[in-house]
Design a protein around this ligand. Structure first.
Ligand code: 5AD
Ligand code: SF4
Length: 456
């Protein structure tokens, strides 16, 4: 019997199953979902829970410490017992910034794809299936969004909460940050596309949409009548979608906090009373060295204006401790700002030098032990405020969007308007907006008593 003719390049087969692992920010979560939809459209199925996938996409984050090292250890962990590996694609911001290095150091990686190029994954998979390795970190002028399958295609359902990227990239060039280099310049997606995507998400089951962007409040576009609109206009229009119950947005920059957006917080009932507005530090010399183009005072004034129109607004921020040259006294200004604001929640980080950013080569890098101590003090302050915020809401009646079942029988988990995690026991279903009374506060969540179910 003649031996079968070997296929031309039998190196790798087209994968049948995929898994996308997203790290870092919510925009990566959104990108991960869009990649999953794209792969599903190609006939590649999501690998069942607990089973190995033929194709693994590591959707990476480059914002803070040891990002590349983490990717290499994740790649190492994908090795199977027989020594083989799935088809590995590294996507996201580490791919963009360190793709060449990854290709050099990690032969198991067959594809490196940047955040603006992932719509080309299907072509890349075909190339990889021929046994070639391929990198695509272009930042093409045309948008990837045009090339992606529409949301909800093929009857895909959405969870009760969904992300919608409206804006990407950053022109602000804070001196510590890699985003302007990895995600590119600020680009706003067209108004009509966003309204369409939001409606599709709602049709697919979403009750809450969080509008995403690195500088989401820098979004602008033209409405159906050709009028220029900003984020506030977009929010007002989205609020008209009948089955959409809640709108949120993140992340904002203080300089793009327009009067129109502030006013919307007082007027649009579906816009939730929560504002994530990073300040990074409370000292003006440090803010200047960070190239933040706002001062502690101008930041606090914005918060005053928002509170004037929406007194119950929950505030959230990002902080970096130990920026190069930050003295003890300058750090104390950050603690003072935290005290002045009374945040509902915060994210705080130790400064970590990112290659290629101006701060990485600044003099007076702060010693790790000093950063540790500052981070601990800052986190103690923000934890205290978060608990105080939660306690202050006890006794209030509010709506909760039910997101999933809890661990206890009959228990449900969801979010309050102020983005607090709330659990209660009673008759409800995922996607319901129910009315509860908040009864007990913990540092990270609250218990509630179910009062009524608002029909969805
Ligand atoms: N070091 C530490 N934190 C950083 N962030 C961004 N770049 C760095 C860095 N080099 C933080 C900022 C930003 C958040 C998303 O990550 O606080 O708002
Ligand atoms: Fe980074 Fe600053 Fe742009 Fe935010 S505003 S993405 S911190 S450069």
């Amino acid at each position: 019997m003649p031996s079968p003719v070997p296929p031309l390049t039998p190196t790798i087969e087209i994968p049948r199953t995929y898994r996308v692992k997203s790290f870092g920010c919510q925009m990566n979560v959104y990108d991960g979902e869009r990649m999953a939809e794209l792969l599903a459209e190609q006939g590649i199925a999501a690998a069942p829970e607990g089973e190995e996938a033929d194709l693994v996409v590591l959707n990476t984050c480059h914002i803070r410490e040891r990002a590349a090292e983490k990717v290499f250890s994740d790649i190492g962990r994908l090795k199977r017992q027989d020594g083989s590996t799935p088809l590995i694609a590294v996507a996201g911001c580490v791919a963009q910034a360190e793709g060449d290095e990854i290709m050099k150091r990690s032969p198991a990686v067959k594809m490196v794809v940047g955040p603006q190029a992932y719509h080309r994954l299907p072509e890349m998979i075909r190339v990889a299936a021929e046994g070639k390795r391929i990198t695509d970190t272009d930042m093409p002028a045309e948008t990837k969004f045009d090339a992606l399958p529409p949301r909800g295609q093929g009857g895909r359902r959405s969870g009760p909460t969904a992300f919608l990227t409206v804006q990407e990239g950053c022109d602000k060039f804070c001196t510590y940050c890699v985003v302007p280099y990895t995600r590119g310049a600020e680009v706003s997606r067209p108004h009509a596309d966003l309204i369409d995507e939001a409606k599709r998400l709602v049709d697919a089951g979403a009750r809450e949409i969080t509008l995403l962007g690195q500088n989401v409040n820098a979004w602008y576009g033209k409405d159906a009548k050709g009028r220029k609109v900003g984020l506030a206009g977009l929010i007002r229009e989205l609020a008209e979608i009948p089955d959409l119950a809640r709108i949120r947005y993140t992340t904002s920059h203080p300089n793009d906090m327009t009067e129109a957006l502030i006013v919307a917080h007082g007027e649009v009932a579906k816009l939730m009373p929560f504002l994530h507005l990073p300040v990074q530090a409370g000292n003006d010399r440090v803010l200047k060295a960070m190239n933040r183009s706002h001062t502690a005072e101008s930041y606090l004034k914005i918060l005053d204006r928002v509170r004037a129109v929406r007194p119950d607004i929950a505030l959230s921020g990002d902080f970096i401790v130990g920026f190069p040259g930050e003295t003890d006294a300058e750090f104390e200004d950050t603690l003072r700002l935290v005290d002045a604001v009374g945040y509902a929640q915060c994210f705080s980080f130790k400064y970590s030098p990112r290659a290629g950013t101006p701060a990485a080569t600044m003099d007076d890098q702060v010693a790790p032990a000093v950063m540790d101590e500052r981070l601990q003090r800052l986190q103690a302050a923000v934890n205290r405020d978060q608990y105080a915020f939660n306690k202050a809401t006890v006794g209030r009646t509010c709506e909760v969007l039910v997101e999933r079942k809890g661990k206890l029988p009959g228990q449900w988990l969801g979010k309050s308007p102020w983005l607090q995690s709330v659990h209660f026991v009673g008759e409800a279903a995922v996607g319901d907006v129910v009315t509860v009374e908040l009864t007990e506060a913990g540092a990270n969540s609250l218990s509630a008593r179910l009062l009524s179910t608002v029909p969805a």
